[in-house]
Write a protein that binds this ligand. Structure first.
Ligand code: UD1
Length: 347
């Protein structure tokens, strides 16, 4: 049974997926402490989590690449039982231009967290991985046994290397780890108090759709219309961020209750359904009544044609299943876009 108020450290807990996960952990009875260096998020997220859950989690601004800072933080919280590690740089394009920055940041922070855990006998670790490790998969839907393809970006490689670091670490320490390979997380909390904060032009599809609907962008470019898919546009497995967050609670429950079958496990987090770019534009219109102006444009370099998950393993082993559909994703993403705009007007 879960001990009441077991303390979980969430690194990167003020970020997009991290903040939604903190909400679900608190709702499930866990005590949460967040660390983040605020390089891509703000401390107001902690207040928002407090508004949603009625509990403001502890927050520390920590530079995880600095081992001494990490150690000082862990010394202040000797009762941490498990760690969910989100903190990472995540822009694919930026990582191609700045590979060393990505390797330095993403690998050092993970290594420092793991070393601190080892020194303190903290045994449970959940890692944010990505479907990017599958590259252009040979078979669809893709399951966890599919081969790992050579990464096209430094970002993707830090996820692959992050998984390899764990495979070796669990063999030589008490640490048990679960890697969760996210497909395409989208949407926002239904309260519209937390969501994905955009800095400049969005790279991802759904924020681009909502910004176009809002009038911040004149039109959406659909990258590629000659792929071998049902309508020629790329197919992805979009999953509501709240479903992704709930899978992390299931992974933590599994580790803490000793239900894991081996000391390193990997699970796909998707809905198992592939939607094309045009399907997503249609789903937005269906959910909101707003049409999106778009144009068919050339392919984007580095895009894979189609990828969607076989989620059988996560469904069976984690006892978890994505519950929210594409209209829920679009409705919540649109509500978030409007909330962000309203806040900017207030300020
Ligand atoms: C991206 C990352 C991936 C990361 C994932 C989750 C790239 C190449 N891949 O996946 O490594 O794990 O996010 O963070 O960046 N699209 C348009 N027009 C747009 C924007 C996107 O047509 O303005 C299309 C893309 O070509 C793609 C689909 O929409 O087919 C989804 O794109 P995006 O949201 O950027 O996610 P991914 O590229 O799948």
């Amino acid at each position: 049974m879960r001990t009441p108020k077991t303390k979980i450290l969430v690194t990167g807990g003020t970020g997009y997926i991290g903040s939604h996960t903190v909400v679900e952990l608190i709702a499930s009875g866990y005590e949460v402490v967040i660390i983040d260096n605020l390089s891509n998020s703000s401390e107001t997220v902690v207040d928002r989590i407090g508004e949603i859950t009625g509990v403001r989690p502890a927050f520390h601004r920590v530079e995880m690449c600095e081992k001494a800072e990490m150690q000082a933080f862990f010394d202040q919280h000797p009762d941490i039982r498990a760690v969910i590690h989100f903190a990472a740089f995540l822009q694919v394009n930026e990582s191609v231009k700045e590979p060393l920055t990505y390797y330095l940041n993403n690998l050092n922070s993970q290594l420092n967290v793991l070393q601190c855990m080892k020194e303190r006998n903290i045994d449970h670790f959940v890692f944010s991985s990505s479907c990017t490790v599958y590259g252009n998969p040979d078979n669809l839907p893709v399951d966890e046994r599919a081969p790992i393809k050579k990464a096209e970006s430094a970002y993707g490689n830090t996820k692959q290397m992050g998984e390899e670091i764990l495979e070796h670490t669990v063999k030589a320490t008490r640490i048990n780890a679960i890697s969760l390979r996210y497909f395409n997380p989208v949407g926002a909390h239904e309260s519209a108090l937390i969501g994905e904060v955009q800095h400049g032009v969005p790279h991802h599809l759904v924020p681009y759709i909502t910004e176009t609907a809002f009038g911040k962008r004149s039109q959406l470019n659909v990258f590629g219309s000659d792929y071998r898919t049902h309508d020629g546009t790329c197919v992805r497995d979009y999953i509501h961020v709240v479903d992704v967050a709930k899978a992390h609670v299931a992974a933590i429950d599994r580790l803490i209750n000793g239900k894991n079958r081996s000391n390193y496990e990997v699970f796909n987090l998707g809905t198992g359904i592939g939607y094309s770019v045009l399907d997503m534009i249609g789903a937005f219109t269906k959910a909101t009544g707003i049409s999106i102006k778009y144009e068919l444009a050339p392919r984007r370099v580095g895009d894979v044609e189609a990828v969607y998950a076989d989620t059988t393993l996560a469904n069976r082993e984690l006892g978890w299943k994505a519950m929210l559909n594409v209209e829920d994703m679009m409705r919540s993403a649109w509500k978030w876009e409007q909330a962000v705009a309203a806040k900017k007007t207030e300020a």
